[in-house]
Design a protein around this ligand. Structure first.
Ligand code: ATR
Length: 434
């Protein structure tokens, strides 16, 4: 039910990036006080709250305290902050929000409400047509009235389960994932939303509690949390465990279960390009998380040999100890000869560093070698250019991005979704936005 779904989730205000709100056209931030900025029992703002507000003000934001609490509570809290404040705001009614829009001469779309309650803060914001960020309540030490409201919130959230999915990472603002997933949902007639959640490492546990409490049924994990998320999950599937990173989590009977869809996404990309995997000789440059996922999947699909060339040999060696058919190599010894599939799985050559390549040349490469880069910006990397000039076919990483996302949707919705027509449409659309 859209009334009870915020625009964004965050574990607390410290996870909310004011510059990101600004980039989305927000000019006024309305802050709930109790259990959003401080626990109900705390009468004055903490230094970190003061800093956050000062930072928002120096970014050019108008900051307003917007509380349903009494004048006494709000004015004591506001004593040194000296912000424009509204007490007895009558959330979720919208008339006080209208007044703020008039006061600052802004449109509703330029206002953001930040609060911890679905029924007052989020519902109020949605009714008024302003953006909202739902944060995890700071303490459970709440009065009977609020506890009753929380109970009702839980019932509403369960009843109107909004099919909400998320991406956790830092940064996430420029992610292509919402567009990608929304195109999938639209295509299959699924009523679901995909949202962004920027988090700090120390708040991951709170973010997950917030998700559980808000009825989020699944989420993706991106840089830098693909490893950090693991201790917070109830179960991790075999593939994700071996490669040591999770990019997709689903709530199964209230338990968080982690998967990694990068490897399967890469295999689907290869198959869509008719690249033969079984019995093939593979060379991968780089030994990070993406290499682990790709190498695992290629090994499971029957690749004959997978040589991993890395600047730091020990990392390639560590992967060889975990994944069958992997041979660790020094990047300095790289040669492009004798290989059917060649992959750049480093970020070398990514925009703006477009003239860089992880290797100087592809001497000895055979014209039949299929070349892949995990980078998609620029669409044709230096590495790909070198391959093309040798008569090879070369593919960028956009398809991998799309396939890994669609496979996440397949896990969440339990149905086949990787329709080739749709995949092509999404790749085209995302490609146009680069
Ligand atoms: P991810 O987990 O997203 O795959 P990562 O862990 O940062 O990314 O891995 C990046 C890989 O690119 C690493 O193997 C890294 O080599 P090191 O293990 O020696 O750090 C490799 N890489 C990064 N910059 C590089 C460069 N300039 N030349 C060669 N390899 C590089």
């Amino acid at each position: 039910m859209k009334w009870f779904t915020p625009t964004y989730y965050a574990s607390g205000i410290s996870d909310i990036d004011v510059n990101n709100l600004k980039a989305q056209g927000i000019k006024v931030i309305m802050l709930d006080i109790d259990n959003t900025l401080v626990p109900t029992s705390k009468k004055t703002p903490t230094p970190s709250v003061v800093d956050w507000i000062e930072n928002a003000k120096s970014a050019g934001m108008h900051v307003v305290l917007f509380s349903n609490n009494s004048e006494k509570r709000v004015s004591l809290f506001n004593k040194n902050l000296k912000l424009y404040s509204v007490h007895r705001a009558f959330k979720p009614l919208g008339f006080r929000i209208n007044k703020i829009a008039r006061e600052y001469k802004v449109r509703k779309s330029e206002i953001c409400m930040i609060g911890d309650q679905v029924f007052t803060d989020v519902w109020g914001a949605n009714r008024a047509g302003v953006m909202s960020v739902l944060v995890m309540p700071l303490s459970r030490d709440e009065g009977l009235g609020v506890r009753l409201k929380r109970h009702l919130e839980n019932i509403a959230i369960k009843k109107y389960r909004a099919n909400t999915y998320c991406l956790i990472g830092n940064p996430v603002a420029h992610s292509k994932s919402p567009r990608l997933h929304e195109m999938v949902y639209e295509s299959f007639g699924i009523k679901a939303r995909y949202m962004l959640c920027r988090a700090e490492k120390e708040n991951l546990g709170r973010v997950l509690s917030r998700f559980k409490y808000s009825g989020v049924q699944g989420f993706n994990v991106t840089v830098p949390f693909k490893q950090d998320i693991i201790p917070y999950l109830d179960k991790v599937d075999e593939e994700a465990r071996v490669i040591g990173s999770v990019n997709t989590v689903v709530s199964e009977n209230g338990k968080w279960v982690g998967y990694n869809t990068d490897g399967k996404g890469f295999i689907r990309q290869l198959k869509a390009n008719n690249t033969v995997i079984k019995g093939s000789r593979v060379k991968i440059i780089g030994a990070g998380g993406t290499t682990a996922a790709i190498a695992y999947a290629l090994s499971a699909e029957g690749a004959k040999s997978i040589e991993i060339y890395n600047r730091t040999f020990s990392k390639a060696e560590a992967l060889a100890n975990r994944i069958k058919n992997v041979i660790p190599k020094n990047l300095a010894d790289f040669t492009a000869a004798d290989c059917d599939i060649l992959i750049n799985a480093t970020s070398v050559g990514m925009s703006p560093d477009v003239n860089a390549s992880p290797v100087d040349n592809l001497c000895g490469i055979e014209a039949g070698t299929c070349v892949y880069d995990i980078i998609y910006n620029p669409p044709v990397t230096k590495f790909m250019e070198m391959a093309i000039s040798k008569g090879c076919k070369a593919y960028n990483g956009l398809a991998l991005l799309v396939y890994q996302g669609v496979i996440a949707d397949e896990i969440w919705f339990g149905r086949q979704m990787a329709d080739e027509q749709l995949i092509k449409k999404i790749i085209k659309r995302l490609g146009e936005e680069i």
